[in-house]
Design a protein around this ligand. Structure first.
Ligand SMILES: [Zn+2]
Length: 296
């Protein structure tokens, strides 16, 4: 997927000094075992998936795929600790929300958010954690992993009649019709955030899987958000986290625009908005970055 290096290059150019490479080691197996079964991990490592499982995953299993996924999960965990210290942090990847404990689906091998939340709970066992998933597809893996765990609130807004065909109930699901307009998306998102505020106020930590695929030119999202709608979406979510006083970890989620560069642009724009929101003197808002201390 070229979107990762493309968006990183865009951000390094747009926000010099604000992107840091801090993760070098893949997530240790012990972290993964809090979420994923040993059998599943070994079958990914050794490529022992049935042809049906390979189709469902959409990626060739093997040591290389497992290592890549472990690096991604380690990035989300690192962003989580950075968000605890700084209030907000992004992993330039992550949000692999279709992965369950015992199976990978839809290009998602490991559930990085679940790995991070379990690492958080290992240190803070009673802490309340929210997951906001605005990717166009339901976060079914995350929902399944935390089903029945009262400490974790999982909110997903997505197209009802889109992938995954079989939905897994979360704490709060907002289902949109296919090709819903940007206005409808934003209205329903605002309502969902209000419900979440009532049912799960002031979480100690929030993960936000943004998703570039609600964009109108996405191949798989089946929504009609323009760039302006996506900007409003981002500010809605960021405003919610500020009102709740919760640290926020921001993750990419999916993006499959007809224009590959556009996919990277959407992800980069969300990260730049996070920076502008969190750092009032970021390049979009204030004096040149050269005068400022980089956040990381
Ligand atoms: Zn998606």
């Amino acid at each position: 997927m070229d979107k990762f290096w493309r968006s990183e290059a865009m951000l390094r150019e747009q926000c010099p000094g604000y992107v840091s490479t801090i993760v070098e080691a893949p997530a240790p197996e012990a972290w993964l075992h809090r979420v994923h079964s040993v059998d599943y991990l070994e079958r990914i490592r050794h490529g022992r998936l049935s042809s049906e499982e390979r189709v469902r995953l959409g990626l060739p299993p093997g040591e290389a795929l497992l290592t890549r996924s472990r690096l991604e999960a380690a990035g989300t965990v690192a962003a989580m600790w950075a968000a605890r210290d700084d209030g907000m942090a992004c992993n330039l990847g992550g949000g692999t929300h279709h992965a369950f404990g015992d199976r990978g689906l839809g290009y998602c091998v490991l559930n990085d958010v679940a790995v991070a939340i379990r690492a958080w709970h290992a240190r803070f066992p009673t802490s309340r954690v929210a997951v906001i998933d605005t990717d166009a597809h339901q976060g079914n893996g995350t929902h399944g992993i935390f089903s029945g765990d009262e400490r974790v609130f999982t909110f997903s807004i997505h197209v009802g009649r889109n992938y995954p065909a079989e939905k897994t109930p979360g704490s709060l699901d907002v289902e949109l019709p296919r090709y819903a307009s940007g206005e409808e998306y934003l209205d329903r998102l605002a309502t969902g955030m209000e419900i979440m505020q009532q049912r799960f106020p002031q979480p100690s930590l929030t993960f936000w899987i943004a998703g570039a695929d609600p964009h109108e030119d996405d191949r798989f999202g089946q929504l009609r958000l323009t760039d302006r709608h996506l900007a409003e979406r981002d500010l809605q979510v960021l405003g919610w986290t500020r009102r709740q006083g919760t640290p926020c970890v921001v993750l990419y989620g999916g993006g499959y625009n007809r224009d590959r560069i556009k996919t990277a642009r959407i992800h980069a724009d969300t990260v730049a908005r996070v920076l502008a929101f969190h750092q009032p003197h970021s390049p979009q808002n204030g004096p040149p970055l050269g005068q400022l201390r980089p956040s990381a």
